[in-house]
Design a protein around this ligand. Structure first.
Ligand code: UDP
Length: 181
């Protein structure tokens, strides 16, 4: 049975992912600090023999044994990520370093939930993955945009330097059922 870590697992996307992974027969460890994640989102999974919940902040190291990691932890809406911008950057950057360090130690596959915000205020529509973006490094959105860009940099350097099996998904605006709202 695959052991899968989902950081930000009590968030909107993370909770749907946990549900899908449990349903497909994996053993899921959901990690969340509940800053924007909500227990409401995963309450139907609590008590399931293959679902485990841990309150933890990814800016701190995490020592667990898993086969795959989905790194989704980061507040994603402007009102939340601008509440404590320094913490937002730390969540993306220190969070990526810790989860990549974990992936390296246990030789796990790792996916980063990136964002269309890495394109910033783009000059081209639609954006292709080859487009490098147009991002303000010093504005009030920069903690999120540049944090996510730096996380992508770390993922690709861990791939080049340490041969980690990485995936980076640039997620655009997403809608769907949100149990917590
Ligand atoms: N780390 C972690 N869990 C692990 C292994 C590492 O949280 O199971 C963290 C650790 O705090 C470290 C970071 O990941 O600072 C990066 O680890 P790596 O081995 O890549 O770098 P180093 O420890 O050599 O700085």
């Amino acid at each position: 049975m695959k052991r899968i870590l989902v950081t930000g697992g009590a968030g909107f996307l993370g909770s749907h992912l946990c549900e899908r992974l449990v349903a497909s027969g994996s053993d899921v460890l959901c990690v969340d600090n509940f800053f924007t994640g909500n227990k409401e989102n995963i309450k139907h999974l609590l008590g399931h023999p293959h679902f485990e919940l841990m309150r933890h902040d990814v800016t701190f190291p995490l020592y667990v044994e898993v086969d795959e990691i989905y790194n989704l932890a980061c507040p994603a809406s402007p009102v939340h990520y601008q509440f404590d911008p320094v913490q937002t950057t730390k969540t993306s950057v220190h969070g990526a370093i810790n989860m990549l360090g974990l992936a390296k130690r246990v030789k796990a596959k790792i996916l980063q939930a990136s964002t269309s915000e890495v394109y910033g205020d783009p000059e081209v529509q639609p954006q292709s993955e080859a487009y490098w973006g147009r991002v303000n490094p010093i504005g009030i959105r920069s903690c999120y945009d540049e944090g996510k860009r730096c996380a992508e940099t770390l993922f690709f350097d861990y791939w080049r330097q340490h041969h980690l099996r990485i995936k980076v998904a640039r997620i655009f605006n997403t809608y769907g059922e949100d149990a917590a709202r």
